[in-house]
Design a protein around this ligand. Structure first.
Ligand SMILES: CC(C)(COP(=O)(O)OP(=O)(O)OC[C@H]1O[C@@H](n2cnc3c(N)ncnc32)[C@H](O)[C@@H]1OP(=O)(O)O)[C@@H](O)C(=O)NCCC(=O)NCCS
Length: 406
């Protein structure tokens, strides 16, 4: 077996193996049109993507038997931008599953992620059981939520907030609004990498409309990117692919814009993360998840990940903890965490740890998905006690929110 990076000559084999596992991709919604001389030539793998494959050397044709890919992003966690390596497209050929082909591929992609400076790695699993032995744990999900459009009609419009259609000139203000929204949550991607539209025309072109909620100074307080489905009968739908807000008043104004479609699209689909944030806004509990994409996370660089944490300035103290059992990610060791003045410093130490985390336990703790006491209770960390109050005082728990699939 040989594992190596895939290049343009491997595109066909890689796409075929991917289609076997995940199904054929629907034809692109964008018409191909004549080639634009100003557009860079299409490359494979796409810019920034590291594609790895395993070939069976016993087979004369050198058949591709397993593959995956990874790409660098940044995520908002603890109010900071955290370098993140996203993994996707994991496939082993049907006849070769169960032979252990996945581990060397995962080891290689995790090593590449560390070389690129990622502090964490994330992925959308088809089954969490595949990735737990690689140190990942479920921390959140991307959720498509269905709401009766009529329920959104009841939301009031606050004084001082109005809605208007976005134009290309609003692109930067919308990005600033997204950053304010993301920084208050754990998990959203920062949307400044190659995967996201870099210019306003491309961004607006992806939707039927982008509606802004602006205040009296025309400052963007929220935006709604929506796509109108076909027809206007009982089955017609409108999809809110993005709903982002700085204030509850802006959110309500945008939801009531969706509500104004009640006569023509009885159902609204909203991209969210769980249902809690929508339930806070809606006067009804009639929300039902129609699609769920769970999201897993693991740490790759423990000092860098904890360096992103911003506790309240009055919190001071030190913690010594260890990571044990990280066979694939290279984080095993003992670390010291010093907390002072609203900052955290974390570095390797040879001190004695009070809590020993499994990689999965550490992922749950750092992401804010579960507090220290629960992780110990779940058997994902062992503790000698005495450090729980300071772990809790770090303030790791913000609402977890995932909005972009990869
Ligand atoms: C997922 C896949 C890549 C795993 O490859 P594989 O060769 O079967 O992997 P292994 O036999 O080495 O199994 C790896 C581990 O994952 C677990 N696993 C594999 N498939 C699983 C599933 N569907 N549900 C839960 N656990 C699963 C195995 O139990 C094993 O765990 P263990 O060692 O703790 O017992 C392969 O089954 C595949 O291509 N499936 C279709 C595509 C897919 O789902 N890809 C994942 C995208 S996120």
């Amino acid at each position: 077996m040989t594992t190596r990076r895939l290049g343009p000559d491997d595109e066909k084999a890689s796409v075929r193996l991917g289609a076997e596992a995940f199904g054929e991709r629907p034809p692109s919604a964008t018409p191909s049109g004549p080639a634009d001389a100003d557009q860079p030539a299409r490359t494979w793998p796409p810019e920034g993507v590291v594609a790895l494959g395993t070939f069976d050397d016993d087979d004369d044709a050198g058949i591709l038997v397993a593959k995956l890919n990874g790409r660098p992003y940044d995520s908002w966690f603890h109010g900071s931008r955290v370098p993140t390596f996203g993994i996707a497209g994991v496939t082993v050929a049907a006849e070769r599953r169960g032979e252990g082909l996945l581990s060397p591929l995962m080891d290689e992609i995790l090593a590449e992620a560390r070389r690129q400076g990622a502090a964490i790695s994330t992925l959308f699993p088809t089954a969490p059981g595949i990735y737990r032995r690689f140190g990942y744990e479920l921390v959140a999900e991307l959720t498509t939520v269905s709401v009766p459009t009529a329920a959104l009609q009841r939301l009031g419009r606050a004084d001082g907030i109005r809605t208007r259609r976005a134009t290309e000139g609003d692109f930067d203000a919308v990005r600033r609004c997204y950053d304010r929204w993301g920084a208050q949550r754990n998990g959203p991607l920062t949307r400044d990498g190659v995967m996201f539209p870099a210019d306003a025309a491309e961004w607006l072109g992806g939707f039927t409309g982008v509606t802004l909620a602006v205040d009296a100074d025309d400052t963007v307080q929220g935006f709604l990117s929506w796509r109108r489905g076909p027809g206007y009968g009982p089955d017609a739908r409108i999809a809110a692919e993005d709903l982002v807000w700085s204030t509850g008043a802006a959110r309500d104004a945008l939801l009531s814009t969706l509500g104004s479609f009640a006569a023509v699209t009885p159902t609204t689909h909203l991209e969210s993360s769980g249902t809690a944030e929508l339930e806070l806004a809606l006067p009804v509990t009639a929300t039902s998840p129609v699609e769920r994409s769970p999201y897993m996370l693991r740490l790759l660089d423990v000092p860098a990940a904890f360096g992103a944490v911003r506790p309240a300035s009055g919190v001071t103290g030190s913690l010594v903890f260890s990571v044990v059992g990280d066979v694939h990610g290279g984080t095993d060791g003992t670390y010291r965490l010093d907390v002072d003045g609203g900052e955290v410093r974390c570095e390797p130490t040879d001190g004695e740890a009070t809590t020993a985390f499994s990689p999965r336990g550490l992922a749950l703790l750092w992401s804010g998905a579960l507090p220290h006491g629960r992780i110990v209770a779940e058997g994902l960390a062992r503790t000698r006690g005495g450090d729980e109050d300071l772990w809790d005082a770090l303030g790791l728990g913000r609402p977890l929110h995932i909005r972009d699939y990869f």
